[in-house]
Write a protein that binds this ligand. Structure first.
Ligand code: ADP
Ligand code: MG
Length: 387
């Protein structure tokens, strides 16, 4: 959908802001562009809607070189959320949001109705917030209006330049999550700039990591965290990249352990005896269809005289996660319930348990490098004479 082909931007004063950039954003994909201040993120972004023109190379939008497209038509297809929301201070929130539909020839009433819909969509009650002016909103609310305004013309492509930069961490986290959900529903192609690796990881389907105007790595969050392509990327993602990795790695059913289990209808005394013989202190309770019913403690079941069936002694399973959860969610459930293991279910079907050991193994497997297979190492190997 958006394609950079060997794009370079040199400003008049000789600053090379972007140097030989090539990458592609697929339709419906959310790509985050991350790097330190001054590395050329905003410049990259503005070359998509022609607010800045490349010195060389091409930027293609849906296959068309943006330099050949009428800028007004171009900007209608590309929503833009800028760093400081850029709302008109003397216009109400509703009219700010209605700006683009109104400019593109919708009648005032229709443009306002559309604006109200969009405010609703970003979680602002139009009746309450619509008549206010931007300076009567909090930072987070203003950012929502910025997003609503960019969505108003229903552009297939959204450019967002540090859209959540100006709000406190708690609000920011909420806005990020809501935006991610919204994006999944709307399916826009999004290029989102941030200087925050956490944000890049949380939001991006793929991440473009910049250093000094050059693309250092273009990969999925798991790819960037798990296998940084250069020492620069390794340093940029930080020494806690293993922890960050937790939040982007989902559970692999192959990592799960099958703990001892007891059948729901099993005689309690017999089950306790069997479990004790196996050396099991507890067991997962399942029915015939592998549906998870809870768990039992071997000693408690035996101590209660072993009367009735396992079902009579089963306790509710508090610590569980769905199989599509991330390792971070699994770990945090484990800590939250002070449990040494956590059940993993697919719907109601029990798949196995995750323990700190399996969690650690899963994590270790996703992390490689940094740079175990670096070009330098290879060069040294290559330079060994073979004849
Ligand atoms: P980022 O958004 O990553 O912080 P920018 O794209 O804004 O970075 O800027 C990249 C580099 O280009 C910086 O060194 C900046 O100072 C320089 N730059 C940006 N705009 C101009 C301009 N209009 N003229 C000259 N240099 C500029
Ligand atoms: Mg910038």
């Amino acid at each position: 959908m958006i394609r950079f082909e060997h794009v370079t931007k040199r400003y008049e004063d000789g600053t090379t802001a972007v140097d030989d950039l090539s990458f592609e954003v697929a339709e419906g994909e959310l790509v985050t562009l991350v790097g330190p201040s001054g590395c050329g993120k905003t410049t990259t972004m503005k070359m998509v809607n022609r607010l800045i023109e490349p010195t060389s190379g091409r930027v293609l939008l849906a296959g068309e070189d943006v330099m050949t497209v009428d800028p007004v038509r171009l900007r209608r297809r590309v929503g833009y959320v800028i760093q400081q929301t850029g709302l008109f201070p003397h216009r109400t929130v509703l009219d700010n949001t209605a700006t683009v539909p109104f400019l593109t020839g919708w009648g005032r009433a229709k443009a306002r109705a559309r604006a109200a819909e969009l405010l609703e969509l970003v979680g602002l009650d139009p009746a309450h917030f619509g008549p206010r002016y931007p300076d009567q909103l909090s930072g987070g609310q203003r950012q929502r209006v910025g997003v609503a305004r960019a969505l108003a013309a229903d552009p297939p492509v959204l450019l967002m330049d540090e859209p959540f930069g100006a709000v406190d961490p708690v609000v920011r986290d909420r806005l990020q999550r809501e935006f991610r959900k919204l994006q999944a529903e709307l399916g826009k192609t999004v290029l989102l700039v941030t200087h925050d690796i956490e944000e890049a990881v949380k939001l991006g389907d793929r991440i473009a990591v910049y250093g000094e105007g050059r693309l250092e790595q273009y990969a999925t969050p798991a790819g960037v965290l798990g296998a940084p392509a250069t020492p620069y990327v390794a340093e940029f993602v930080g020494s806690d990249r293993a922890l960050k990795q937790l939040s982007v790695t989902t559970i692999n059913p192959e990592d799960l352990e099958r703990p001892p289990f007891a059948h729901l209808d099993e005689d309690a005394g017999r089950a306790a005896g069997r479990l004790r013989a196996e050396g099991a202190r507890w067991a997962v309770v399942l029915d015939g269809d592998d549906q998870l019913h809870g768990w039992v403690g071997t000693r408690e079941m035996a101590g209660a005289g072993g009367v009735g069936t396992v079902a009579d002694h089963a306790r509710r399973m508090e610590a569980w996660v769905p199989v599509d959860a991330t390792l971070k969610q699994a770990f945090s459930e484990m800590l939250g319930h002070d449990a040494g293991w956590i059940a993993v279910v697919d719907g109601n079907r029990f798949l196995g348990v995750l323990t700190p050991t399996t969690l650690h193994e899963a994590l270790r497997r996703t992390i490689t490098g940094p740079l175990r297979d670096s070009p330098r190492d290879r060069a040294e190997v290559d330079s060994v004479p073979t004849d």
